[in-house]
Write a protein that binds this ligand. Sequence first.
Ligand code: AMP
Length: 472
Amino acid sequence: MSPTPSTPPAQANDFETLALAPAMLANLHQLGYTRMTPIQSASLPLALAGTDLIAQAQTGSGKTAAFALALLASINPRWFAVQALVLCPTRELADQVAVEIRRLARAQENIKVVTLCGGVALRGQRASLENGAHVVVGTPGRIQDHLARGHLTLEGLKTLVLDEADRMLDMGFFDDIANVVRHAPASRQTLLFSATYPEGIAKLAHQFMRTPQQIKVASAPQSGTAIEQRFYEVEPSQRLPAVAMLLLHFRPVSTIAFCNTKQRCKDLVALLQAQGLSALALYGELEQRERDLVLAQFANRSCSVLVATDVASRGLDIGQLEAVINVDITPDPEVHVHRIGRTGRAGASGLALSLASMQEMGAVGKIEQFQKSSSVWHPLDELTPTGSGPLFPPMATLQILGGRKEKIRPGDVLGALTSEDGGPAYTRDQIGKIAVTEFCTFVAVARDLAHAACDKLNAGKVKGKSVRVRVV
Ligand code: AMP
């Protein structure tokens, strides 16, 4: 006789230990969230009990679910009022957060989540608000606009979340945040999430939070990943050419090169482009449209190198990164760990290459202490260009003028490219990522097919309509 199966005892990081509805627990199970991440098990019991929190956590730690589960738990779906507000620094993050909240909210009846960010007409957003929203996710400037025009009221607000608070402060949003908070009732719960803890955070906490509890989860590279770290000593004049040497030696398909300043990003991209390498820069002051274009090309592998500052690259969800280059050593060892953690994800091996001048050896020492391991140094002259010719990305990007507004879906574009209309039918493996944004669609195709595929789309139809397409 086989023994009767018994339920294993609940562990401290099981979602079952929380005061969550059975439907939510079932949903988490379906989503594959079997165990709480460290930030979730540290913050959820307190957040669900209504405590104000200051949680120090990075993207990738599961922080969104940490606040989303808390805010969803206190929503009354039958009451049509904005009961939760999440302030985010960028539209990108707001979109990601809204997607995660909607996934988690599937377990509850009819919860409406609306995103309110700049760069889009106010009118449509106003209409969404008029149709009733329980949760609003957006950027501080745009939320303030809607409050000032009376489209949005926060009188029924139960939970306020400040996500990536350090980055919002960095972008100069303190006054906007303060203004928004003044519209919310004092009885609300405030949850603040931030990767770092600059001075402004204490000021926010002091002004707008009620005896907040602080939570910090130690960050370390995720287990199961294999990141090979190599350090190279450089003279200041060698630094930028050394990046090109590293790229031509290791030939990674996708690399993020981290710089400490915007100017360094600009200088490096100029040098790499002059050498025929495909590189684009990402830094704070880019307009959202420029940022979308850069990110689409990098994510779909039609740009090899993304040259970025730490703040600008925060929140990027980019899989399959073969290498990270630290063009400058960061003075903050935790930032170093986050930078290199972007490669070698999910068990794949990754390469982290760091350039350091004599002036940066102090910072390297701090990194060694933090990681509890000494650095492995390699001479620059060991680098030799391998393979043949320059480094080209495998894909190219086509931009279709038309996006979500025109109700274009990835399947429509795939259909147009794989049909016989307007030119030869392409196979699925010749087509890469298809990203639909508000006003346009980016589609990656194998590099040598770019112009022919562009002509084909221009000659044929997408969703039964003619479209305008260009090679980016
Ligand atoms: P975040 O840090 O919020 O950007 O989350 C990073 C990723 O982890 C997202 O794709 C989440 O869907 C996922 N995630 C969040 N919590 C869990 C969990 N407990 N188990 C597995 N995946 C999770």
